[in-house]
Design a protein around this ligand. Structure first.
Ligand SMILES: NC(=O)c1ccc[n+]([C@@H]2O[C@H](COP(=O)([O-])OP(=O)(O)OC[C@H]3O[C@@H](n4cnc5c(N)ncnc54)[C@H](OP(=O)(O)O)[C@@H]3O)[C@@H](O)[C@H]2O)c1
Length: 257
C-alpha cells in the first residue's frame, strides 16, 4: 500500500495515463498518482495484473481505469488515447514505463533481441507521446514523464540494448520538451539506478555472469516507490518550471555529473 506525505500535490482531478502499469515501477507510479487524487488509466498487456492493481487503488479510495493493450501496435496506442479522452475528457499526465527483458552478452544478442527492445521501449514512448500531444496542445497544458534508466549513461554489460534505448529516451524527451516549450507542455525523464524488482534481479544475474563480479550497485538499490514519489512531484505544479531534465534517481551512486 502506498502512503503519501500529508501534503497536496495539486493532482486532484487530473487524468493520468500510465503505460507499463503492470510492472514494478509503473504500478507504484499508478498507485502514487491515484493516492494524490488523479484518475489513473492503467495500460499494459497483462489484464490480470492490471485488474488487481485497479482493485488495490479502488480499495484505497482512488480511481483507476483499465486499458489493456499491446503498445507495440500504433493502432492500439492511438485508439487507447482516443478512448481515454472520450471517457475522461482529457489527458493531463502521461507516464511511460515499459520495457522487455532482453539481457545478455553483446555477441549472444540477435537482431530480434535489439528490435524487441526498440519496439517495447523507445517506440512505445514515441507512439504514446504522438497520441497524447494533440490533446495536450489543444488544452494548452500537459506533463510527460518518461522512465529511462541509468544504463543510458553508464553502460551495463548485459544491458546494451536497453541502455541504448535509455540514452535515446533521454534525447527524445529533451527534444520533445524543446519542441513544445511555451505551449504548456513539460516533458522530463527520470533515470533510475537499480530498483528492487524482478527485472533488476534478472539483469544483475546476467551482469554477474558476464563480468564474473558481484554488482556493487546492489548497495544503492532504490524502491519503485522512490520513483513514484519523483513522478508525482514532477507531474505536480511544484515542478512547473522543470522542463527537459534527466533526473538521476540512484541515491547518488552515479559517479558523474
Ligand atoms: N527495475 C529497475 O531496476 C529499473 C532501473 C532503471 C530503469 N528501469 C526502467 O523502468 C521501466 C519499468 O521497469 P520495471 O522494473 O517496472 O519493469 P517490469 O516490471 O518488467 O515492467 C515492464 C512493463 O512494461 C510493459 N510492457 C512491456 N512490453 C509491452 C507491450 N508490448 N505493450 C504494453 N506494455 C508492455 C509490461 O506490461 P505487460 O507485461 O503487462 O505487457 C510491464 O508493465 C523500464 O523502462 C525499465 O527499463 C528499471
Amino acid at each position: 500500500m502506498i502512503s503519501t506525505p500529508n501534503m497536496s500535490l495539486g493532482l486532484t482531478g487530473q487524468c493520468a495515463w500510465v503505460l507499463g502499469a503492470s510492472g514494478a515501477i509503473g504500478s507504484a507510479v499508478a498507485e502514487m498518482l491515484a493516492a494524490h487524487g488523479a484518475t489513473v488509466w492503467l495500460s499494459g498487456r497483462d489484464k490480470i495484473k492490471l485488474a488487481a492493481l485497479q482493485d488495490t487503488i479502488t480499495q484505497a479510495g482512488g480511481q483507476a481505469r483499465l486499458r489493456v493493450l499491446d503498445a507495440t501496435s500504433t493502432d492500439e496506442v492511438t485508439h487507447a488515447a482516443r478512448e481515454i479522452v472520450r471517457q475522461s475528457g482529457k489527458i493531463n499526465i502521461l507516464v511511460n514505463s515499459t520495457a522487455t527483458s532482453t539481457f545478455g552478452d553483446f555477441l549472444d544478442l540477435t537482431d530480434e533481441d535489439w528490435e524487441k527492445t526498440f519496439q517495447s521501449k523507445l517506440m512505445v514512448y514515441v507512439r504514446s507521446m504522438r497520441a497524447v500531444l494533440p490533446t495536450m496542445l489543444k488544452a494548452g497544458s500537459g506533463v510527460i514523464i518518461n522512465i529511462s534508466g541509468r544504463a543510458g549513461k553508464l553502460p551495463s554489460p548485459a544491458h546494451l540494448p536497453g541502455g541504448s534505448m535509455n540514452a535515446a529516451v533521454n534525447l527524445l524527451t529533451k527534444g520533445i520538451s524543446d519542441r513544445y516549450k511555451g505551449q504548456g507542455i513539460r516533458a522530463n525523464t527520470i533515470a533510475p539506478g537499480p530498483i528492487a524488482s524482478a527485472r533488476f534481479d534478472a539483469l544483475a544475474a546476467q551482469d554477474s555472469a558476464i563480468t564474473a563480479a558481484k554488482p556493487s550497485v546492489m548497495a544503492t538499490q532504490g524502491s519503485p516507490q522512490d520513483v513514484a514519489h519523483a513522478v508525482a512531484w514532477l507531474a505536480s505544479p511544484f515542478a512547473a518550471h522543470l522542463n527537459g531534465i534527466v533526473l538521476p534517481l540512484d541515491g547518488g551512486a552515479t559517479p558523474t555529473v
